[in-house]
Design a binder for this molecule. Sequence first.
Ligand SMILES: [Cu+2]
Length: 459
Amino acid sequence: MITRREALKSALVGGAAVAGGLTGATNLWAVPKRHDLVAQNIEYQLMQGAPTTKNLFTFGDAMPPTLRVKQGQPFHSRLINKLDEPTTVHWHGMRLPNDMDGVAFLTQHYVYTGDHFDYRFTPHDAGTFWYHPHCNSLEQLSYGMTGLMVVEEAEDPGFDQDIPVNLRDFRLGGDGQFIKLFQARKSARAGTFGTLRTSNWQSAPQMDVTAGSLVRLRLCVTDVTRIYKLSLPEGTAAKVIAMDGNPVTPFAINKLALGPGQRADIALRIPDDEGQTINLTNFSSSAPWTVLSLRAIGPSLKRDLREIKPLPANPIPQPDLKDAEYIPLEFSAAAEKRPANPICGSLGFSFWAVNKRAWQGAERGPLDPVAVLKRDKSYVFEFINRTPQTHPIHIHGMTFQLLKSNKRKLQPWWTDTALVFPDERVQVAVRPDYVGDWLMHCHIIEHQESGMTAFMRVE
Ligand SMILES: [Cu+2]
């Protein structure tokens, strides 16, 4: 008997040559630089004096690299799998062809140990994005496989320095080794937190930046659980200029809620005097803690925040609200909290549901789509949170606009991941521009892997 896994593996091997030939032929005119992502185990000192020697997964030989590409230019990345298990890469926030979306079993087959897979697409939108596996997600993300992707604007906005910041925790014991990644009773609530808080794989790093310069800080929460609340000291010359990759009307950062999957770009003017520091602080825990600090060095460049050019809007298809179809999407606890088979990264529990259905883990094959949409038609989704927890709801392959909430005033931001607070109802508008099966899930990975996942089909 051929198992499903073996059948998929042979299908993959058979299909790879054909796909390689085709993509080779379509790329005669533009040969983009190839960004190789080697998925592998490494040893690394995350915790002072206690190197992590087991189960630290990454792309490359340190923290996954920040990939940089220009808006509108073809991008090519080769995933080379040197892990002892299958993996994939998902490009969070990208509007791209469905077969490049990286979701195991829904949009592509596993990339097995020793195999590789070529991802090719052209980023339409400039901004801060990120990438991670969509396969055994709780382990692979928790073990380190989260990296940033910067899509640069066609025209340089005029910063002196651009600093991507990968915000996440690691769940390590005192010996620097990973401990059990989740506790089921916590997965059924806000999720299980890590023990070591890091920015770019360092604890509260201090970064030296030129005095009086203009810095673009690209904050990206790649943690599997933590919702940050970020502040800079009062009076700091700084503005949030983009959220989740997309430009916003600039505003001051003050306990900014940023959940797993979300990003904030901050334009920051460094003080004039050498040695002056600015601390970025997180207020979401009972005791606030420093996320990173920036220290001014050298003579002042005497720049002014007003010298930054406004970021141009991204070319996102605009929904037509008069012609939009309404689709309610309800996020709740599962009717029955019972153990399920732990397959393809699912936790082995059903705690959560979307429209009353708990996703059972991808390897069993997808359920029916939660909604069937038409490409280029407009929709209003209502995210209805029936739980006492906050959920960062992420939809693959489409960028949607925040419309309104029953709890607070929303800015009309464009996003791919919306925080939906307890008992909140958030309406968003979207006009999907790519056909295919697009996953929708909570980005608290324990919630994703214990039922709070569904997918939408765009025809
Ligand atoms: Cu959630």
